[in-house]
Write a protein that binds this ligand. Structure first.
Ligand code: C2E
Ligand code: MG
Ligand code: MG
Length: 574
């Protein structure tokens, strides 16, 4: 065999008439980063190293062999390429499945064109390995349809599948179930153990639950800790079994990053067609049912009922109303006196927020604080309360009244937000109020949730001189060890223990235990919700320090409190 330059190249099995292009050109093909071959009479005359490596051969193993069809899986379109090319027409790049020497199959694109260097009729072919490109395409498709964290179908794919279920259900008058669930208090895990543990937990939950559903079911993650299970051909009774099974699956703790974590789902069930004939309605109703399950104490399931819609609607109205209210500051603070039981002097007030709704009138905090928390509005609302309470306290001092303790409630979310300490400092600075006159009320649940980081925040506030009290004391799960470490100065015995103080011996035992424990820890103890003289007498007998309740006064607007502060009507006259 000779090159076009006249040199003879020895190649096993190649007819002596075949001539390679000149050495310079061969060197260029040797260096090319695509597969290149020359074909003469259907046999490889030359393959470049890139092509040989792509197929797992040495170049000399291929030269002289039939090519390129022997390297491809036989596909109908593939068969014609040699023929047509020998007719003198270039064959455009096409995709084929190629076989590697080790037997594996990989995608390539191949094109060829006739050439006649030195009068010898050859075919020049190029081969591109499409493996990486195909993998990237598959990944893009996967990202479009699957959740990147858990690998479960995402909202888009869920919508697709539910659309198919809807069409099927309509066609053969069948039904299917949608289970909507999220993980109870998942946020606490994120907050206390960090997002990477939270992410791992989501994956573990996804993995375990995906293993417990049928192959024809679609378990999708909508985002956050929200999941949907779409189940074709499931009557309501069977949906109950599935919901129970999901709850049971979560009974065994998940081991994540060395922690044994228990998370429970709350599940809402909507059945097509009775609870909706389109995906939006079905999802909304399953969501409403899930909220009901949460209200019922979580770790349970609920079927959708039409009444839930009114409740959901109310919640949504409340939420959008609150957004407006925060912007337009439709809130007011009322103040309830905190009375010293020794002297009867009003030594402080608790600021209690009210929403002055333009149409509905005054709305009490129990109706909207939790909505503000869920809607992410509590920080904005809490900041306003803090600033307004400090401003009012300073205004009373400037009006010549004796210094008064201003107690402000702090929501869990607000307490945990980064920058809370700075927000408090800002409110104090803006008002000019002495920090020792501000008392922040947090609940046991707020501080015990992530006790170690709470200690940091509480200590920073304490250093500023701000007073701290534990609100609704006795209803949470305070650990005495922490109680000693928290720099709190006051315990507020929850109203539920005071309500039946005269008749319930257990409540009396609890109240007096809290009072004596408080004394031993050198904490001030205040009784909330004192409504009767009998209750007051019992608390005095226990040596409780302070009280607050309707017996003295309800929470009142600032102007009326100003009067009470001037009159001090509860002072012991004796
Ligand atoms: P809380 O901090 O335990 O406040 C005491 C609640 O008990 C107040 O209800 C008060 O009006 C009520 N109360 C006081 N004395 C008596 C009594 O003798 N009998 C009865 N039955 N109730 C009495 P309110 O104003 O409706 O506030 C309810 C809860 O809303 C508060 O409980 C507090 O947890 C929350 N809250 C109020 N204002 C704010 C605020 O500005 N921020 C936050 N995060 N929460 C607030
Ligand atoms: Mg309070
Ligand atoms: Mg309270």
């Amino acid at each position: 065999m000779q090159t076009a330059g006249g040199e003879t190249v020895a190649s096993a099995g190649v007819p002596a008439t075949a001539v390679l292009p000149d050495a310079g050109f061969v060197a260029a093909m040797d260096a090319a980063q695509v597969g290149i071959y020359l074909l003469h009479n259907g046999l490889f005359l030359y393959v470049n190293p890139f092509l040989a490596e792509m197929f797992g051969y040495r170049a000399d193993e291929l030269v002289g062999q039939r090519g390129p069809l022997d390297l491809l899986l036989v596909e109908p379109q593939a068969l014609c390429i040699g023929e047509r090319c020998s007719g003198g027409q270039p064959v455009p790049l096409r995709e084929y499945s190629a076989t590697h020497k080790d037997g594996s199959v990989f995608p390539v694109s191949m094109g060829m064109a006739p050439a006649s260097p030195g009068g010898c009729e050859l075919i020049v072919g190029t081969v591109l390995d499409l493996g990486a490109q195909k993998a990237a395409e598959a990944r893009i498709r996967e990202l479009a349809d699957f959740d990147a964290l858990t690998g479960l179908p995402n909202r888009r794919l869920l919508h697709d599948r539910v659309r198919q279920l809807l069409a099927g259900a309509e066609r053969d008058n069948s039904s299917f179930a949608l289970l909507f669930f999220d993980l109870d208090h998942f946020k606490r895990i994120n907050d206390s153990l960090g997002h990477s543990v939270g992410d791992e937990l989501l994956c573990a939950v996804a993995h375990r639950l995906a293993g417990s559903v049928r192959r024809i079911d679609t378990l999708a993650r909508l985002g956050g800790d929200e999941f949907v299970l779409a189940m074709p051909g499931i009557p309501a009774a069977a949906a109950i079994d599935v919901a129970r099974r999901l709850l049971e699956e979560c009974n065994t703790p998940f081991t994540v990053a060395g922690h044994d974590l228990t998370v429970t789902p709350s599940i809402g069930v909507a059945i097509c067609p009775q609870d909706g004939r389109d995906i939006e309605t079905l999802l909304r109703n399953a969501d409403a049912a899930m909220y009901k399950a949460k209200e019922l104490g979580r770790n349970t399931f609920q079927f959708y009922t039409a009444e839930m819609n009114t409740a959901t609607l109310e919640r949504l109205m409340m939420e959008s109303g609150l957004r407006r209210a925060v912007k337009q500051q439709e809130f007011a603070l009322h103040y309830q006196p905190l009375v010293s039981l020794q002297s009867g002097l009003i030594i402080g007030v608790e600021a209690l927020v009210r929403w002055q709704h333009p149409e509905l009138g005054l709305i009490m905090p129990d109706r909207f604080i939790h909505v503000a928390e869920e809607a992410g509005l509590i920080n904005a609302l809490g900041d306003w309360v803090l600033c307004e309470a400090c401003r009012q306290a300073q205004a009373w001092i400037e009006a010549g009244l004796p210094p008064l303790l201003m107690a402000v409630n702090v929501a869990p979310e607000q307490f945990r937000q980064g920058g809370f300490v700075e927000a408090v400092a800002g409110a104090l600075a803006a008002s000019g109020l002495d920090p020792t006159l501000l008392e922040l009320e947090v609940t046991e649940r707020t501080v015990m949730h992530d006790a170690d980081s709470s200690i940091g925040t509480l200590t920073a506030l304490h250093r500023m001189g701000v007073e701290l009290s534990l609100d609704d004391f006795g209803t949470g799960y305070s650990s005495l060890a922490y109680l000693k470490r928290f720099p709190v100065g006051k315990l507020k015995i929850d109203r539920s223990f005071i309500r039946d103080l005269e008749t319930d011996a257990d409540d009396r035992a609890i109240a007096s235990t809290i009072v004596s424990m408080g004394r031993n820890l050198r904490l001030t103890v205040l009784a909330e919700g004192v409504e009767s003289r009998e209750q007051l007498a019992l608390l005095r007998g226990m040596d409780c320090d302070m009280a607050q309740g309707y017996l003295f006064s309800r929470a009142l607007p600032a102007a009326q409190i100003t009067e009470l502060l001037r009159q001090q009507p509860f002072l012991h006259k004796e």
